[in-house]
Design a protein around this ligand. Sequence first.
Ligand code: BG6
Length: 455
Amino acid sequence: MDKKVAFFILGGTGDLARRKLYPGIERLAKKGRLGKLVGVYALGRERGKIEAFEERFRREVSVPLRFIEFDVMDRESYRKIAQEIENLPGVELIFYLALPPDLFETAVTHLGATLRSFTNPRKIVVEKPFGFDLESAKRLNFQLKRYFTEREIYRIDHFLGKLQVQNILSVRFSNYIFEGIWNKNFIDNIQISALETVGLEGRVSYYDRVGALRDMVQNHLLQILSFLAMEPPAVMSAEKIRDEKVKVLESIRRIKTSEVRKFAVRGQYRGYREELGRESNTETFVALKLYIQNFRWEDVPFYLRTGKRLKEKRTQAVVVFKEVPGNFGKLLGCMPEQNKLAFEIAPRNKLIFRFQVMPPSGLLACTVESSMETDIAQSIEEPPEAYETLLEDIVNGDQTLFIREDESELAWEIVQPIIESWEKGEELYLYEPGSWGPKEAEEFIKRDGRSWILV
Ligand code: BG6
């Protein structure tokens, strides 16, 4: 018989739980994918916020959702967890920390102590950001490892639950046509953009402490970069795939604090400080250039950018190929576009290839750009939401799409000099809401003779 599992969601009446976790569990349960789940415990303070879910779960889902009044900082609260566990002999316990990052360490310590008296199998899920910087990430990992083994720790990055992000690996490692050209000889640069129209959306205090570099770059964008740049794993296993990602992160050239200005630009949208009600130098926009020092990628720039209150919601990874030597179009005096392969993660779910073809007017006219597209989710009526995929993986014990300890620390190591330099007061450029970000980010890439590309 399948083992039984129960979710304990700390921060169970918070925003993440309500927006992503309960809907994810509900959808999975309806699809019959959580046969083993015996209960979901919402540990939080404000029951009113989840009454609707309690009702929905009662009506439509065979798994009960139960509210438990809980204060993360209060030791006594953890007794309530212990009482519940006593009624769950042999059940695997999944603790989901849907909490602000500054509460992680306390929660882990109290939970760890509580669990000492139980033999139930267990897992702990930690939301990003894992710490605020390299040092706190190490501290958090140390703390986690005091009570849990790496096999029991699920550091979640919801971008890895997105179909088009996973598709990067399928496209790269299941086709002969790409591998031969997936390197410095054929690729001019790679751009990863995660552009958003939304602003702070009520997350003012979280966001102002964190900023775009920690919120998006340290995790989501570096994860996409790792998928684009890694070598194929020799064996299809969570460990081997993560080993390859680790090698990429290890090979990223470290930026020195003194040269941050050359490699990174930060911006803030106009009106941010008014929204916040005080002065702040927190960045709501980042543009960054990284190099990977290995045989495959030497000298190929990886441009990353992300921002809030921009013109459009677009999340794309674009591989830009080199200009064709002896370019046919150029011989005719034209300026053909470079080939591009784009993984569009949002708003559409598409793989797009852009290339040159002959125009109807004939061979001796300038070539034109043509496009081939495929929507991998087309045949699915309701594509799974990122959290849904990851919640199912947690229940099934598959860690492929979760961040390992060494990955999380390496990713901090890469952004750490930028954090330090910005803390000392590097330039912060203002931009208009509804624009593409500060003009300095355009100039930043123009200096390399390139421009930002969205396909
Ligand atoms: C989250 C960030 O991890 O990702 C948010 O904390 C951001 O600031 C969000 O808005 C973007 O995710 P998605 O799935 O909406 O593109």
